[in-house]
Design a protein. Structure first.
Length: 239
């Protein structure tokens, strides 16, 4: 698994004519794993990681710095808090989800700024569990060039993190997209990653479901309703 992903990243960079990779380091397990794999693929001199706090929890920045230091990576701090706050001032009031989704979209803009500046690919950090139910922001953390771990369920990412010797506190911390204070992935999804992984694995492989039927129906509904997020923009074809 590890060597295959590393080879895949190398090939994608080569095929695109890019010089390296830029990615956002959030302080979570997914971005830590992808950073380690990207370093192995292109070398630390061709990898740039960005810390992009946006009214974020201070611990996340500490954790992101820890990962970068452990891996010996080049990093830049791009604090988007003021940009985000000023952006909200010119927009009408809205629900927390609409406000929260601005954060990954601002981060995407910053990542592509550096990608254009350096001729790098923007590397996404989403996993299969999130990808299949649309748990990502369209044109935000979903707006990337490559997704190296989007075919790995969360449980597989955890195992890979152990293999890559990612710091244990990063592996065990509750996953969060950091869209608002107190937000956690499992809290927002309304289901644990372990159950989500099992339902999706059985769904993808046409196996009998064993989880609570309400959760199964919910996950399958999320998968179907988020199909547009996994596709490009629809085109109206005139024949």
């Amino acid at each position: 698994m590890r060597s295959k992903i590393i080879s895949w990243i190398k090939q994608k960079v080569k095929d695109s004519g890019a010089k390296g990779i830029v990615l956002g380091l959030s302080g979570g397990i997914d971005s830590a794993v992808v950073a380690a794999l990207a370093k192995a693929a292109v070398g630390k001199n061709n990898l740039l990681v960005l810390f992009m706090p946006c009214n974020s929890v201070a611990q996340d920045l500490k954790d992101a710095k820890l990962v970068a230091q452990e891996l010996g990576l080049k990093f830049k701090l791009v604090d988007l808090s003021a940009v985000y706050n000023n952006f909200l001032k010119v927009l009408p009031g809205a629900i927390s989800l609409a406000r929260g989704n601005l954060k990954p979209r601002l981060r995407m803009s910053a990542l592509y700024y550096f990608a254009n500046k350096l001729n790098y690919l923007v590397c996404g950090t989403g996993n299969k569990s999130e990808f299949l139910v649309g748990y990502f922001t369209k044109f935000g953390d979903g707006g990337v060039d490559i997704l190296p771990i989007a075919n790995l369920f969360k449980r597989q990412v955890r195992r890979l993190a152990q293999e890559l010797k990612i710091p244990q506190n990063i592996i065990t911390k509750p996953p969060t997209a950091g869209l608002w204070h107190g937000q956690t992935d499992e809290g927002e999804l309304g289901i644990t990653y372990n159950e989500l992984d099992d339902i999706l694995d059985r769904f993808c492989n046409h196996k009998k479901q064993v989880a609570d039927s309400k959760n199964v129906d919910k996950v399958i509904s999320m998968h179907r309703k988020s199909e547009h997020k996994r596709k490009g923009a629809e085109i109206c074809h005139i024949h």
